[in-house]
Design a protein around this ligand. Sequence first.
Ligand SMILES: [Zn+2]
Ligand SMILES: [Zn+2]
Length: 306
Amino acid sequence: MSLRVVFLGTSGAIPTLKRSLPAVLVQRGNEQLLFDCGESTQRQMITAKVGFHKKMKIFLSHLHGDHVLGLPGLLQTMALMDRTKTLEIYGPEGTAAFLKCVSETLRFGLTFQVETREVRDAGVVCSENDYAVEAAWTNHVMPSLAYAFLEKPRTGKFYPEKADLLGVPKGLLWSKLQHGQSISFLDGRVVKPEEVTGKARRGRKIVYSGDTRPFKGFAKFAVHADLLVHEATFDDTLAEKAELDGHSTPSQAALQAKHAKARMLVLTHVSARYADSRLLLEQAKTVFPNSIVAEDFMVLELPLGE
Ligand SMILES: [Zn+2]
Ligand SMILES: [Zn+2]
């Protein structure tokens, strides 16, 4: 199953010529999960050619304008394109009121169902057959959520020679074992998947911080993330301002990545004051070498782990 992250918007608060407002799209197979929906997200989606008709969920970190004002336009465009699939929208308390107010004021009719699910408690907010999304409260200037996308473990590597030895004929029965189902023969003999496969393989994990100051507990939430997408609004010399405004600096984000034992850190939500992001990158790399700064339309592929 393919897993890609498309950075649709990487600025914070104000857009720049090069950076649109926050929106990070996770594409898994034919499904899309959008984290935040800053103004102009729909136009970024057109440029990135990611499509408007796919199975989709949107997760809002918080209700600051830079993270949600793209939603009304995106919904209207989807309706104009005759989207039919249900759209699930997750966010903190106030998300439903915001959507109700917008749709009543602008009087737009939709061609599809919108299911709004306000997150009241940290923990699993959505669980599908093969993945889940967890939320954690962050430390911002208003209630704000971080999200973790976690694939459930996959069955281990399949060993055909073991299946042969146990007399399992190739074909449908092999496929059942590969998909974690036991099979039984007419004589009552049962072959379990663990007899012909290696140990279960861990799923991939992507964590999105939303807006936040550094806080205790985040590293645990992000532990062993393959990809940690963390805000770094201001550089280290503006740490006091970051603290005041509820944001993080590159070395603070990098320290979270280090404590979480993440594989890779991507900095985003970059203040409009940085035309050149090299300073942010240098500051992060001194603490966590495998860091990069996101750019609009940057795409990262996450290969299946063994
Ligand atoms: Zn923001
Ligand atoms: Zn904010």
